[in-house]
Design a protein around this ligand. Structure first.
Ligand SMILES: C[S@@+](CC[C@H](N)C(=O)[O-])C[C@H]1O[C@@H](n2cnc3c(N)ncnc32)[C@H](O)[C@@H]1O
Length: 239
């Protein structure tokens, strides 16, 4: 790893504590007890997705609002195209978006990757098993800002998902770097990016993204509802 990246990635792991909100960290949703939720996204899934939530490994251990919006969007508008896509989810937490796709789209050509930091690995594995999609979904560690693994380089994802990954300011440049690396690896890839604005600084991320990528607001019939809740949904592509 080059020196610049190594030093930046050291600040990449926000500690989750529902009581301790640092300056850099947007206020997190209320602490939630561990449990399993079933989701069918208003009937879009024939068989509900089961998602175990457990905050003991970090804030990705619960469902976040942008994950719900992005999962539903992908199911509603991209179901057919996703069957043959090479999908990679960043900051997947329990795997909400990737697992929804695995449940709702008949993935035929490629496995689908859900990725996060090492602390989330067991929850991702647990949710893969819970939904019996072990044959189609792989959980991998992908730390933003670090060089992509050979496995991901070979996979060359064309559909990148990121939901609620804008909440910890020191991680913004790391996430941006990973998105840049992925779009350099596959210049025709699309990043589906959904986040909830919690602090003014969150819009700084978008400002940097606009400099680095072509940023397009995506059509969605739920837009009026999620916009009212401070949620944004974009596609990033290479300039
Ligand atoms: C707010 S959670 C969102 C989880 C899920 N995408 C959702 O919408 O429910 C943000 C996720 O980003 C992951 N994350 C934060 N910093 C990261 C980093 N530097 N590298 C990789 N993942 C990171 C966290 O572990 C967490 O799972």
């Amino acid at each position: 790893m080059d020196e610049k990246r190594e030093s930046r990635s050291r600040s990449s792991s926000p500690e989750f504590s529902p009581l301790a909100f640092g300056e850099d960290l947007a206020p997190l949703p209320e602490y939630k007890a561990a449990g399993t939720t079933a989701l069918d996204f208003s009937g879009l899934l024939d068989e509900p997705l089961k998602l175990h939530e457990d905050l003991k490994s970090g804030c990705g251990g619960m469902l976040w609002p942008a994950g719900m919006v992005l999962a539903k969007h992908m199911l509603r508008y991209h179901q057919e195209k996703l069957q043959t896509a090479r999908v990679l989810e960043l900051g997947a937490g329990g795997g909400i978006v990737g697992l929804t796709i695995a449940k709702g789209c008949k993935i035929i050509d490629h496995p689908l990757y859900i990725t996060d930091m090492v602390d989330m690995e067991s929850l991702m594995q647990h949710n893969i098993a819970l939904n019996q999609v072990d044959d189609r979904v792989k959980a991998r560690i992908l730390n933003w800002g670090e060089p992509l693994s050979q496995e991901i380089l070979d996979y060359k994802p064309d559909t990148i998902l990121a939901a609620d990954c804008v909440y910890f300011e020191p991680a913004f440049p790391l996430l941006l770097q990973t998105l840049q690396d992925l779009l350099a690896l596959n210049p025709s890839a699309t990043v589906f990016f959904c986040f909830k604005k919690r602090r003014r600084a969150d819009m700084q991320f978008l400002k940097s993204a606009r400099k680095a990528f072509k940023v397009t607001e995506i059509e969605d019939e739920d837009r009026p509802i999620f916009t009212r809740e401070g949620l944004f949904l974009y596609a990033f592509t290479k300039k």
